[in-house]
Design a protein around this ligand. Structure first.
Ligand code: PHE
Length: 467
């Protein structure tokens, strides 16, 4: 049974790349830029950076240290910490269980765009109805989701070192090169529209990085803070047991403090570069209004930008979507791994068997969610006021509802029940220095639980009812 443990990550860097692979996903490339555009550019960047270095660091350190210390995935790990807290392990396990139902569906959407650019249909993909007609077509959206799901399962089937680490070691550096390349290209653009107005990417860049304090009120600032906070969670893949599972595969001689810092830097740099690549380009071709397009930015606005680039556009579009597919794949892998690892422990079954069973279950689940825009179309009102289809509903339950709640409970567990020393000992194991130790203690005991409570109230809509 413990064969798997010996087959953990081969080195510190293998672990960092796999964890960064989990952290860097559609959240960085699609969600971060649109939040930055919405929340006052540089102001959002500044707030986000401060949160990464405080909250992000605290939650990531905790997850990874719990995993390595207990050598178990979430259910086993929390049970080992305090048997009475097993329920928290189960709750944590449920987050990837829910996320996995829809992540491959989004992966499938991305693949659809890759195929569009390869087959020379970039112009068609820029059409207003392309995205909607694709996701509402039952057969093709299901097939793409299945393809993405099967690729993910095949990698997990090959194990930690032979699957996850091997793929991450290739994909992550390539992803970085691609994103830097497109960001540089994006910074060279300029465009004169029908009315003779010329916009340059430099102007777009300044909009992105300059803090916009105009009309800033306290409630607005609070909104920016909470947006940045929930983005951070999602982006670092914390509080869902993923980093606990990955932590359990890390060798004892790896410097955890340094690894955490490297993962933070990787994730934040990619998010920043994604904004650098997207915001100036969208500004140049669609002006300020284009930047405000919110969630549809990646699938609707960007293909229009690539189309407007002329003969070069399709290749930039292709590289862009391949890069996003890479980012989504390494994240999807980590979600499935967290599920498989827990199931291997629950059923005392070998990896291959568990992967096949989970693969079949999630192929079915992915198809159901993909059909949520056609055969199973629903409109469910969420507590935060928006209308949800199946995919949004799953996303809401896992990210807005469960994650802040789990973080709240786990910071109470670590800060007050087992005490921070339990984590600190693990980080300092082997004589390594824990460089932000004092900050960690204050964060885990006081600041994080309070903030998580506020975040929970906000994302469930309770805060709006009080204010
Ligand atoms: N961290 C990933 C991102 O930024 C998303 C993710 C969420 C990955 C949940 C795994 C689990 O997109």
């Amino acid at each position: 049974m413990n064969k798997e443990k010996k087959g953990g990550f081969s080195s510190g860097i293998g672990f960092v790349l796999a964890a960064a692979g989990s952290a860097v996903g559609v959240g960085n490339i699609w969600r971060f830029p649109y939040l930055a555009a919405k929340d006052g550019g540089g102001l959002f960047l500044l707030v986000y950076l401060v949160l990464v270095l405080t909250f992000g660091f605290t939650l990531l350190t905790s997850d990874i240290a719990i995993g390595r210390k207990t050598q178990k995935s979430s259910i086993g790990a929390y049970t080992q910490m305090r048997p009475k807290w097993k329920f928290l392990g189960i709750l944590t396990f449920l987050v990837p269980v829910i996320i996995m139902t829809y992540y491959a569906v989004i992966g499938g959407w991305i693949c659809r765009y890759i195929v569009a650019y390869i087959t020379g249909a970039g112009h068609v993909a820029a059409g207003d109805s392309f995205f909607t007609s694709f996701i509402t077509s039952p057969v093709s959206s299901s097939i793409y989701a299945l393809i993405f799901m099967l690729i993910t399962a095949a990698i997990i089937y090959n194990g930690v070192q032979g699957g996850i680490e091997k793929v991450s070691r290739i994909i992550m550096p390539v992803l970085l090169v691609m994103i830097v390349g497109i960001a540089i290209y994006s910074m060279t653009l300029s465009f004169t529209d029908g009315s003779g107005v010329t916009r340059t990417s430099m102007e777009g860049f300044l909009l992105y990085v300059t803090p916009n304090f105009k009309g800033l009120t306290l409630p607005k600032f609070l909104q920016v803070l909470l947006d940045a906070m929930s983005q951070l969670f999602f982006s670092l893949s914390v509080s869902m047991g993923i980093m606990i599972t990955y932590g359990s595969y890390v060798k004892k001689d790896v410097n955890l403090n340094k690894s955490v810092a490297q993962i933070e830097v990787f994730d934040t740099v990619v998010a920043f570069l994604a904004g650098l690549m997207i915001i100036p380009a969208v500004y140049v071709f669609s002006g300020i209004e284009g930047m405000q397009s919110g969630p549809s930015l990646m699938f609707v606005s960007l293909p229009k930008v690539f189309d407007a680039m002329g003969s070069f556009g399709w290749i930039v579009g292709l590289i862009f979507f391949v890069m996003v597919a890479f980012a989504a794949l390494t994240s999807c892998i980590s979600v499935l791994e967290a599920i498989v690892a827990n199931c291997m422990a629950i059923f005392s079954a070998p990896r291959k068997k568990v992967t096949i069973s989970c693969g079949i279950i999630y192929c079915i689940a992915s198809v159901v969610i993909a059909l949520g825009y056609s055969l199973f179309y629903v409109e469910i009102p969420l507590p935060n006021g928006s209308m949800a289809q199946l995919l949004d509903l799953m996303d809401y339950i896992s990210n807005s509802f469960m994650m802040p709640f789990i973080s709240l409970l786990s910071t109470i567990l670590i800060g007050w029940v087992v005490e921070p020393k339990w984590i600190i000992d693990e980080v300092e194991y082997g004589g390594y220095k824990f460089s932000r130790k004092k900050l960690y203690i204050v964060m885990i005991k006081y600041v994080t639980p309070i903030m998580m409570f506020i975040l929970f109230l906000q994302s469930t809509g309770i805060l709006n009812m009080i204010l």
